[in-house]
Design a protein around this ligand. Structure first.
Ligand SMILES: NC(=O)c1ccc[n+]([C@@H]2O[C@H](COP(=O)([O-])OP(=O)(O)OC[C@H]3O[C@@H](n4cnc5c(N)ncnc54)[C@H](O)[C@@H]3O)[C@@H](O)[C@H]2O)c1
Length: 417
């Protein structure tokens, strides 16, 4: 395969700017640097074809280059049509990775890119949201036997994998990287928390302090989004369907109420549920003039765009990545990044150090899948890999921790003491 000839990208001439972004991220990814040294010696992926379907920006590029340094032939496609950074993809191709992605791909182009990635006949897969794995099972069952296994990055992907597993439809082993502690406790919470507000603020240039932020979904991502909204000086309302999570929000100091009530009060709305139709017509009908709507969940179905279009008398882009929906009564509702993940479609995604941890997990999980002999199904990441990544991150920041003594270990493992 010749990456420059086989790739479908916007413009290879963008490579130098992409390289600068990759290098900046790399300089702040000490965990991947350590793994690169190890993988360059051990070559755990020697001769293997690895397909990566993730948000294609600078941190992901460093993961792709790490897998390549471990001996793999690597091809990438985007896990979302609006999150691709064309300069980063150009730099990847320049570095010998085959890529099928450009920013703003149509639905048809997005799915063609996934098909092209499967034409590469991957033996291992890193997926984000489950589009590549579901396409493989639906359209290429004859290739399933070639795939040794893969890793899944996000909550939505794990939900889809578990649904496939429950029906007996999942035919390859998949490591649930999202469910590792070192993933969701940090990436979903602190990563999404910070980058969502970064995306909203850089897109709108509006003040958050003194406003009301409505966070829809108080899972791992929602907790981070609410926490950072509070830190920015917003009054935070949480909307939930799970009573336990709602109670947690109350005890964390937030106001909880049904969405239609919160709709009247919010200045900013952030959906982060992994579910569909979380903000729909009844809420749009009572929102304040100027309300800003952003989604951070994996798919663009959390804020109902069909309902918004039906209610609007006009829709137009008033600033890059901000669409104004003007209602019949003159109110204006502003949708960011077409309802796609605001932190990636309208920003650079999670902070670098967080993705250093997540992608260290991905690299170690991929190695485990390629070298192990797992049955088809969803597998938890082995605890020792989770702990290894936590120790690496602590060490990189100069922290060390106490060790249990043998007597303490025995005490904790005993019921007689
Ligand atoms: N933007 C990003 O960078 C990023 C990062 C990680 C995960 N994600 C995605 O964000 C989404 C949420 O992930 P998570 O890890 O927080 O999941 P989670 O399962 O921990 O939390 C989701 C929460 O949403 C609630 N919920 C479901 N339907 C709801 C509804 N209609 N109204 C109100 N609340 C509702 C659930 O009860 C749950 O508490 C997923 O799609 C995930 O893939 C995005």
């Amino acid at each position: 395969m010749n990456p420059v000839h086989d790739s479908e990208i916007r413009d290879i001439a963008l490579a130098p700017e992409g390289r600068r972004k990759i290098d900046w991220a790399s300089a702040h990814m000490p965990l991947l640097a350590q793994l690169r040294e190890q993988f360059q010696q051990e070559r755990p992926f020697a001769g293997k074809r690895v397909a990566i379907c993730l948000h294609l920006e600078a941190k992901t590029a460093n993961l792709a280059l790490l897998v390549q340094a471990g001996g793999a032939e690597v091809a990438v496609a985007a896990s979302n049509p609006l999150s691709t950074q064309d300069d980063v993809v150009a730099a990847l191709v320049d570095a010998g990775v085959t890529a099928y992605a450009w920013r703003g791909a149509t639905d048809e182009e997005y799915h063609r890119h996934l098909q092209r990635l499967l034409d590469f006949h991957p033996e291992a897969i890193i997926d984000d949201g489950g589009d590549l794995i579901t396409t493989l099972h639906r359209d290429r069952p004859e290739q399933l036997a070639e795939v040794r296994g893969g890793c899944e990055e996000t909550t939505t992907g794990i939900l889809r994998l578990r649904a496939m597993e429950a029906e007996g439809a999942l035919k390859v082993p998949m490591m649930a990287v999202n469910d590792a502690y070192c993933k969701y406790l940090f990436d979903n919470r602190y990563g999404t928390g910070q980058s969502v507000w970064d995306g909203i603020m850089r897109t709108t240039n509006l003040l958050v302090a003194g406003k009301t932020a409505v966070v829809v979904g108080y899972g791992w991502c929602g907790k981070g989004v609410a926490m950072r909204a509070k830190g920015l000086g917003a009054r935070v309302i949480v909307c939930e369907t799970d009573p336990i999570r709602a109670l947690e929000a109350v005890m964390d100091g937030f106001t909880v109420m049904p969405l239609v009530e919160a709709a009247r009060q919010g200045d900013f709305f952030v959906t982060v549920t992994g579910n569909r139709d979380c903000i729909t017509r009844p809420a749009f009908e009572v929102m304040k003039d100027g309300a800003v709507l952003a989604n951070a969940g994996h798919f663009d179905v959390e804020i109902s765009k069909p309902d918004l279009r039906e209610l609007a008398v006009s829709v137009h882009e008033v600033r890059h990545n901000i669409e104004e929906y003007r209602m019949r009564d003159g109110r204006r509702l502003y949708l960011l990044a077409q309802g796609r993940l605001v932190n990636l479609a309208s920003g650079d995604g999670h902070p670098v150090e967080v993705m250093d941890m997540t992608f260290a997990l991905q690299a170690l999980a991929l190695r485990a899948v390629v070298q192990g002999d797992f049955a088809p199904g969803v597998h938890p990441l082995p605890r020792e890999l989770d702990e290894r990544v936590a120790r690496m991150r602590l060490a990189a920041w100069g922290f060390s921790v106490d060790e249990l003594t043998p007597a303490q270990r025995a005490y904790l493992a005993s019921w007689r003491a």
